[in-house]
Design a protein around this ligand. Structure first.
Ligand SMILES: [Zn+2]
Length: 210
C-alpha cells in the first residue's frame, strides 16, 4: 500500500529546474587521517562550482559530482589533483549501478561507511542528481514534502503542460499524493527560475468561476 502523504497545509508547489551537466564518480583511498582531511577539504571546496554528493567515508572516500554545464576542464583538473596527491584513485565518468556496486563492495572490504543515498521516488533507482525536483510547501515557503525523479521517469512523464507534468509525476510517485489531485493549481509568479503554482482555496476558485 502506498504511504498516504499529508497534504494539509500545502499551498504552493514548484518545479526546480536541474541543470544538465556531466557526472562522474571518484574513489580515493586515504592512507592516514591527514589524507582523509585533505580529500574532504578538496571536495568541500568544489561545492561552490559543482554539485557534490558524498557516497562513503572511512578509509575509502567516494564522491559523485555533477557539473553545472559542460565543465569538462574542471573534471580534468580534479582528476589531476587527485592523482598527484593520492596513491589510489578510481574515476568513473558517469553515475550508474556498476560503479555504485564497486563503491559498496570496497566499503565492506575497507570497513568504510556507505552513506545514505537518494533515489528516484517513482522507479526507486539510486539517483544522486535527480533530473526533476518537485517541492511542496506551505504559505511561507517551508517545504512539507518533495519528490525527486530520475531522467528516465522525467522523460516518461513528459506532458503538454507544466501543470500536467507536475501532477503526473506526483501521481506516479510511490507515495500517495492523491489528495492533491482535486486541488486547483494556478500559475504563480516567481522571481527565481522555477515553475511555481499556488493552490487555490475553494472560495477563491468559486469566486474566479463566477
Ligand atoms: Zn525513476
Amino acid at each position: 500500500m502506498r504511504r498516504r502523504m499529508p497534504t494539509k497545509g500545502i499551498s504552493q508547489i514548484w518545479l526546480d529546474p536541474q541543470p544538465q551537466g556531466l557526472r562522474a564518480v571518484y574513489l580515493v583511498e586515504a592512507r592516514d587521517q591527514e589524507e582523509a582531511l585533505e580529500v574532504e577539504d578538496l571536495f568541500a571546496e568544489l561545492e561552490t562550482d559543482l554539485q557534490v554528493r558524498q557516497l562513503c567515508r572511512g578509509k575509502l572516500f567516494s564522491y559523485a559530482v555533477k557539473t553545472q554545464h559542460d565543465q569538462q576542464q574542471t573534471l580534468l583538473e580534479l582528476e589531476q589533483a587527485l592523482r598527484s596527491n593520492f596513491g589510489f584513485v578510481i574515476l568513473h565518468r558517469s553515475f550508474d549501478d556498476v560503479i555504485y556496486k564497486i563503491v559498496s563492495e570496497l566499503c565492506v572490504d575497507t570497513g568504510s561507511d556507505l552513506l545514505p543515498m537518494t533515489h528516484c521516488d517513482i522507479c526507486g533507482k539510486l539517483e544522486p542528481f535527480p533530473d526533476t525536483v518537485i517541492n511542496l510547501a506551505d504559505r511561507g515557503g517551508a517545504t512539507i514534502a518533495s519528490g525527486a525523479y530520475c531522467g528516465v521517469c522525467t522523460a516518461a512523464f513528459a506532458a503538454t503542460s507544466n501543470k500536467e507534468f507536475l501532477l503526473s509525476l506526483l501521481h506516479a510517485d510511490t507515495r500517495d499524493f492523491s489528495a492533491l489531485e482535486s486541488a486547483e493549481l494556478v500559475r504563480a509568479r516567481s522571481r527565481k527560475q522555477d515553475i511555481r503554482f499556488r493552490i487555490q482555496s475553494r472560495a477563491e476558485h468559486a469566486a474566479a468561476n463566477n
